[in-house]
Design a protein. Structure first.
Length: 461
């Protein structure tokens, strides 16, 4: 999925702090306040302090990012002053407890930023419901699988889900969207790929989902590099007699990766595109820019300037292939904009000097350069296998018109099917606005209708 968050709290395994401390018992409970990250992003931060069997257990939650059980590495509490460290986030907090007001007032620090907060006691931890997330025991088996990318440069790991029975079974290899993803494509407390794998297995279809390559490698990888990982998974299972057909299911950027692999490997039996990108990336990113500007209630002038600046940046990246010259020309482009608009205006639309430098670093990394320059049509026109394409008409990240381009580019196949799903967002949830900040508020992980269409398509083949 193509979107940017200003702060990402890394999900860690639970490692609660167990320390006996009679003094801190008066703080037992849940404490919360809201961090104002910038004019647009507000994030709640909560600390939970519990006493279990004469032991204090403490951990942190970030409810708005749907992350919980963040390990608190150590703490001290003396003279009503609480100090704690969250090593996994590079964060710390120090505050003073006011017993009369029942408040803890202090400073939260992370990555060079400081936030003054006043923690208030709340009745209980904030939890979110995810009713579709499957729970054991499962009526199918799972296997942990390690495999090499097609170029043998990367070792990857994933989970194979096998239906009951002797088989052979059709197998779906799942490919996640942009940004580092785990094998479940976990996002906002949802686990879409786990839900899909469970549904497929219960309907006689095997699936394989895998973690993206390790973060240090991922950060210098392009979409083409990532397609070698999917190709490695296909090669691994192509020798497995338990499967009679092997297809690809790609979500968002994963849809492009599926097209890449199917265009060069004619043995791919089928392809499922879930909001797969077919338009060139600049068009999709400008669509997202327009959505963002409207969400921020920008004026028509602000919207147009934001669109123009981004369009000019993307055009420059597409035309200038030399890195040193590109850097210089991006600086020159920004200078020309800054001469025409006030610093207040540029800050309002997210183009202050510091914000531009951050954008420039992002725009000139290997993944982004390749993403902006690639031509999805070149892959789509070479795909011969049956394709099921689904897009939601409330998708605010990938315009649903992509499905019409895919239908236009693909070699005609009588088994291919194309559906624009009414009322569904980028995650294929039934949505109101379709905006990113709504994903976590929706209990549904993925529409049952979408799951049903995938099963019907595969079984017809």
């Amino acid at each position: 999925m193509v979107y940017i968050r200003s702060i990402i709290l890394t999900l860690c395994l639970l490692l609660c702090l167990h320390v006996s401390n009679a003094q801190i018992e008066k703080l037992c409970g849940v404490w919360m306040d809201t961090l104002k990250v910038n004019n647009y992003i507000m994030l709640r931060l909560a600390f939970s302090i519990e006493k279990q069997n004469d032991t204090i257990i403490m951990f942190a939650d970030s409810p708005d990012q749907y992350v919980k059980d963040i390990p608190i590495t150590n703490y001290t509490f003396s003279d009503d002053t609480l100090a704690l460290t969250i090593r996994s986030l590079g964060a710390s907090f120090k505050g003073v407890y006011d017993q009369d007001k029942d408040l803890i007032t202090g400073t939260f620090k992370q990555s060079g930023m400081k936030f003054s907060i006043q923690l208030k006691r709340i009745p209980k931890r904030i939890v979110w419901q995810r009713p579709q997330t499957p729970k054991e025991p499962f009526p199918y088996t799972t296997e942990d699988v390690d495999f090499l990318s097609a170029d043998k440069s990367t070792l990857l790991s994933g989970t194979l889900s096998l239906p009951q029975g002797k088989g052979p079974f059709p197998l779906v290899i799942m490919i996640s969207g942009s940004g580092w993803q785990d094998r479940n494509e976990s996002i906002f407390g949802h686990k879409p790929f786990l839900v899909i794998a469970d549904y497929l297995a219960r309907n006689g279809i095997a699936s394989f989902r895998y973690d993206d390559r390790k973060m240090d490698k991922y950060l210098v990888s392009t979409t083409m590099d990532l397609s070698k990982d999917t190709e490695g998974a296909w090669k691994y299972f192509s020798k497995d007699q338990r499967f009679n057909k092997i297809g690809l299911m790609g979500h968002s950027e994963g849809g492009i990766i599926a097209l890449m692999l199917a265009s060069r490997n004619k043995k791919v039996d089928f392809l499922i595109s879930l909001a797969g990108l077919v338009q060139e990336a600049p068009d999709v990113l400008l669509y997202q820019t327009n959505v963002w500007c409207n969400t921020m209630k920008f004026s028509e002038e602000e919207n147009q300037v934001c669109q123009t600046m981004n369009r000019d940046i993307f055009t420059l990246i597409q035309t200038e292939k030399k890195s040193d010259k590109l850097s210089i020309k991006l600086d020159e482009l920004y200078t020309s904009f800054s001469e025409n608009y006030t610093s207040e205006f540029l800050a309002r639309i997210g183009f202050s000097p510091n914000e531009f430098m951050a954008k420039k670093m992002q725009l000139t990394n290997p993944w982004y350069l390749y993403f902006i320059r690639m031509k999805p049509k070149e892959y789509a026109v070479k795909v011969k296998c049956p394709v099921l394409a689904l897009n939601g008409n409330k998708d605010m990240q990938v315009p649903f018109e992509n499905i019409r381009l895919l239908e236009k580019y693909l070699i005609p196949n009588p088994s291919s099917e194309f559906f624009v799903m009414d009322g569904l967002n980028h995650l294929f949830q039934v949505a109101n606005s379709g905006l990113v900040d709504e994903y976590g508020k929706i209990e549904e992980t993925i529409s049952e209708e979408v799951l049903h269409k995938m099963v019907l398509f595969i079984k017809k083949l």
